[in-house]
Write a protein that binds this ligand. Sequence first.
Ligand SMILES: NC(=O)c1ccc[n+]([C@@H]2O[C@H](COP(=O)([O-])OP(=O)(O)OC[C@H]3O[C@@H](n4cnc5c(N)ncnc54)[C@H](OP(=O)(O)O)[C@@H]3O)[C@@H](O)[C@H]2O)c1
Length: 315
Amino acid sequence: MAVLVSEYTEAILMNIHKVCCLVVQTVLLVCMLPYKLISSIIFPNTPKAFSSVFITGAGGGIGAEMARQYASKDVHLTLADLHTEKLSEVKLQCEKLGAVVNTISVDVTDKDKMRKAVCAADDECPLDLVIANAGVNAPTLLNKSSKVLSDVSSIVTEVNVIGVCNTLSPAIERMRSRKSGQLVITASFFGLLGMMGDKLTFAYASSKIWACTYGMGLRTILQSENVGVTVVCPGAIKTELLADVKAKGINLDKTAVDCGPAVKQMIQGVGKNVGVVYVNIGILTRLVVGVFGYNLIPPFLWNEAPLVITALGSN
Ligand SMILES: NC(=O)c1ccc[n+]([C@@H]2O[C@H](COP(=O)([O-])OP(=O)(O)OC[C@H]3O[C@@H](n4cnc5c(N)ncnc54)[C@H](OP(=O)(O)O)[C@@H]3O)[C@@H](O)[C@H]2O)c1
């Protein structure tokens, strides 16, 4: 009997603790909203313009559109992709807009080649923006080859995880020493969902969860060096990647948006060094997956955020 009573009391206390945590979390979140509003009025944040930009996966889709939207007079662009043929049309389009354009054929999983490519671009014109955008999903690889799912999962991980490190690491060294620069990782809506990848997209989803966490970690450690980091989290955008997904039976056409306006939104967020840029992810979805949190945390609390969250959220 005594044991039963003590277990019952413990259960009640635990529930009280949970409710208290929830209340404190809600109060904190509500307090941060006015902080965000007031600070944006006192310190209006006009988007930064960039003069030397390096983009991977620039031969098509989001990467190519980013190149076109960053292209203008006096802007240096270094466009990287697996195949230079895909890049030649983008290069012409960007040159017509006044940009100086170099193209390079490189696989982002090749660490040495990536280091050389990034350093050469930086030597020619110091990079102030590096975008790790190249990415693959299993359907693309399955459509292009006779490989099976177990083979392509490791390729997805290598391109979407190691490829991001290979792109950003050489740039981080240079930007740290200059104490300026901006890094971008194209993650995905999948990165916010946690453990929801289906049998076709689980490796992609895992890699994008990594991308979000890695980007936020980098942002925290590089803020004192004046190097910004933005993670871009798009929902469905009309590109080849989406067409490949559709060919494998997942039709996202209804929710997909055009690349042009989506990239415009990404570029605005990057220029303001926003932590996470959500594109084509509805308000309702954001509420459900609770993705408002990060951008509301003031920078002086970034380092403390995991501790606060752990303390409040345990049990
Ligand atoms: N479209 C969407 O709905 C969506 C949503 C969320 C996130 N994203 C992310 O956005 C990024 C761009 O995707 P996208 O939709 O623009 O797809 P995309 O049209 O397929 O473009 C991806 C580009 O990356 C290149 N690439 C692939 N593997 C590479 C490698 N190992 N090294 C260098 N380049 C490589 C591809 O080259 P090849 O074509 O020659 O293979 C292609 O040009 C990806 O990271 C993707 O995960 C897309």
